[in-house]
Every structure is written in C-alpha cells, then in structure tokens.
Write a protein that binds this ligand. Structure first.
Ligand code: BG6
Length: 368
C-alpha cells in the first residue's frame, strides 16, 4: 500500500530514483544507440519533421516546457509548447511534417485527447508520452513512449513529472541521433548523465531534512513566490503549482528575468521567495539570477535558494540554502524539482490537509 509512508504522494516522491531508472531501462543498447522501438514512426519520417508541438495540461505542461529547451538545443527543430485546452481553439498550424507530442500521465485527460484528435485531423503525426499502459491517448496516438513510473495514486504528480522529463530527454536524443544533429559521443555523455540521475535524486532525498524544517517555518505564509530561468523557469512554475494544489496557498512561479517587469511590486517583508539557481556555465544566467536575488533581499523578502552543492557565490544571497548535486543545466529539473515537491507535501501535512486527495481536484479530468 503506502509502504510505511503517511501519504501515497510521499511514497511516490521517494520512489523517484527507481521510477527514473525504469524509464531509462532498455532504451540504450550495447552499441550506444538509443532504441525506442515503441516509436512506430519511421526514421525517414522523423527526418522530415520540420516542427514539434508539445501539448499537455498541468504538471505535464511544465514537463513540456523543459522538453522544448532540450529538444530545440539538441535537434535544432523548432518546438512549441502549448496548453492542450488552448490548442485546437486557435486554429493551430500543424500538418503532415509536424510531430505533435502529447504528454499525459493518465492518458485520459480530455483536453489533451481532443487536442491530439484535432492534430490528427490536420494529418500531423502524434507521439504520446504516457504512464498508463493502454489508456486512450497512447491508443489513439501513432507512437508512444511509456514512462514506466508505476501507478501514481497521489493526485499531485511527482514521479509522473520526473519520468515525463526523462522520456522527453530520450525523445530529444533519439531525434538528434536519427537526424545526426549530435555526435554519438555527445549522446553517450548525456545518456551517462541520465543514468546517474537516480543516484543524484537519492542524494537530494537523503539531504531533505532542512526542507522539512522549512515547511514548519513557512506554514503560515499567505503567499510564496518561485523564480527560475531557462529550465529553472518551469521548475518554478511546478513548485508553485504543487503548493497551490496541496497547501491551498497562493503561489506563483516567474521567469526570474521578468521580476523587474512586474512581480517585483509584490515583494514585501518576510515574503518567502524560492529561487532555482542554474549551474555556473558559459552563459550569464547564474550571475543574472544572483542579481535577481539581490533585488529580492533588498526588499526584505526571504530567499530560499536551490543551488549546486559547491556554489559558494550564492551564499550571500540566501537566507536558506538547499544544496543540489552537480548536473548539467538541461537536466537540473530532475534534481531541483524534488525539494519543491517535498516542501509542498510537508506544508500541506502540517496544515492538516489531505495530501493525496486535495480539495476540488481529480487525478485525471475526463471532461473538457
Ligand atoms: C490535472 C491533475 O487535472 O491533470 C494534474 O490534477 C495533472 O495533477 C493534469 O498534472 C494533467 O494530467 P495528465 O494525466 O494528463 O498528465
């Protein structure tokens, strides 16, 4: 059942290293080739794709946002992400050379299903990223990558999300392999990093204690903000969504660069602000997020900073520091999301809410 945990959600959070390992299982062969047999779209067809449109709802939509960054970077195929509920109502431009990727844990979400039917009417090829074998969306799609996370019972998605990310990374690398946009050794390096992710997630979970304390500290906060850039932006959105869903607290995620264009007006004394700090790289993102944090602190808000374990630059900007293992930027959501899931679960528990069955929510919404 709950395997000794108080909630299915907590059990599923702790299952994530195993779930991610299962998503990866059997998808990289001894010849260093990605094998996605279940993609029943021929390599020739995949080479003719000139646009990718990712459609999803809720948490799956945020997985899609991360996927866009990775897929465009690795394949150079233009990639859009759209909320399934918006997609068909705006007469989207899709056709036979469009690959539509529908991400859905349950495979039954009506908004996503209607969107793929619309795409198929326009002759687009549809690939589903799904956790539930034999559900409607993968049955109607041309192809499917199953995430193999095992049943997810908690209404708020956790292992569903991380395994969707992994499936999308695999798809991106597979497209790069088929289209030759990345060399075999580059793919091998990223695959090795993905294979190391279960251990990295375990590391995060083993050091989770400070996050539990944090939930006690902020139990009465009326509002919580989350900032991130690049793939840290969808992580911020997901952190905020978890808090809304479970703790019924007003929470918002922002692209950190947008802070100065509006949200900065919300900053006030003692407001908790989470920030996902990207690894230090060749670009300036790291420094830019630090300068955002400076703005936040100057207004008396409290900063909870998620950063690499040896990132000493962040120390002066952090009221609370949550350390993450060193991973490359594109894969950072796999480790950065975990403390935010635990924070929301713990805060909701302390408030006495039913974490597995939050009010007004359903695990899969089968009406539009
Ligand atoms: C919502 C659930 O209604 O559906 C969310 O409450 C979920 O947690 C979303 O992310 C999408 O669900 P699915 O099954 O299509 O991934």
């Amino acid at each position: 059942e709950k395997g000794g945990y108080d909630w299915f959600m907590r059990k599923e959070i702790y299952e994530q290293p195993r779930a991610v390992a299962d998503t990866l299982l059997g998808r990289y062969d001894e010849n260093s080739r990605l094998v996605l047999d279940e993609i029943r779209i021929s390599e020739n067809e995949l080479r003719s794709i000139d646009k990718i449109v990712i459609i999803a709802c809720g948490t799956a939509f945020y997985a899609g946002m991360v996927a866009k960054y990775a897929i465009e970077h690795w394949t150079r195929i233009p990639c859009e992400v759209e909320l399934a509920s918006e997609f068909r109502y705006r007469d989207p431009i899709v056709g036979p050379t469009t690959l539509v990727v529908a991400i859905s844990q349950s495979g039954e979400t009506a908004d996503t299903l209607m969107a793929i039917r619309h795409a198929q009417e326009q002759k687009a090829r549809v690939l589903a990223v799904c956790n539930t074998n034999g559900s409607t969306i993968p049955r109607e799609a041309d192809a499917v990558i199953y995430t193999h996370a095992g049943p997810e019972i908690g209404v708020a998605s956790t292992k569903g999300f991380l395994t969707q990310l992994v499936a999308c990374y695999l798809l991106g690398l597979y497209l790069a392999q088929v289209r030759g946009t990345k060399f075999g050794d580059e793919i091998a390096a990223t695959m090795a990093e993905l294979q190391a992710m279960p251990a990295a997630i375990t590391e995060v979970l083993e050091a989770i204690e400070p996050v539990l304390d944090l939930a006690g500290e902020f139990a009465d906060a009326p509002s919580v903000l989350f900032l991130g850039r690049h793939v840290g932006y969808p992580v911020a959105l997901e952190g905020a969504l978890k808090l809304k869903e479970l703790a019924y607290i007003h929470a918002e995620g922002f692209a950190a660069g947008e802070l100065k264009h509006g949200p900065i007006a919300l900053l006030e004394e003692a407001l908790p602000v989470f920030a996902v700090v990207p690894p230090k790289g060749r670009d300036q993102l790291h420094a830019k997020v630090l300068s955002n944090l400076q703005e936040v602190r100057a207004r008396g808000a409290r900063t909870i900073v998620l950063a690499e374990h040896d990132d000493t630059d962040v120390v002066p900007y952090a009221d609370v520091l949550i350390r993450l293992p060193r991973v490359s930027t594109l894969l950072q959501p796999l480790v950065a999301t975990v403390p935010l899931q635990v924070f929301a679960c713990e805060l909701a528990t302390r408030k006495g809410h039913d974490v597995d069955q939050p009010r007004n929510l359903a695990k899969s919404v089968t009406v539009e």
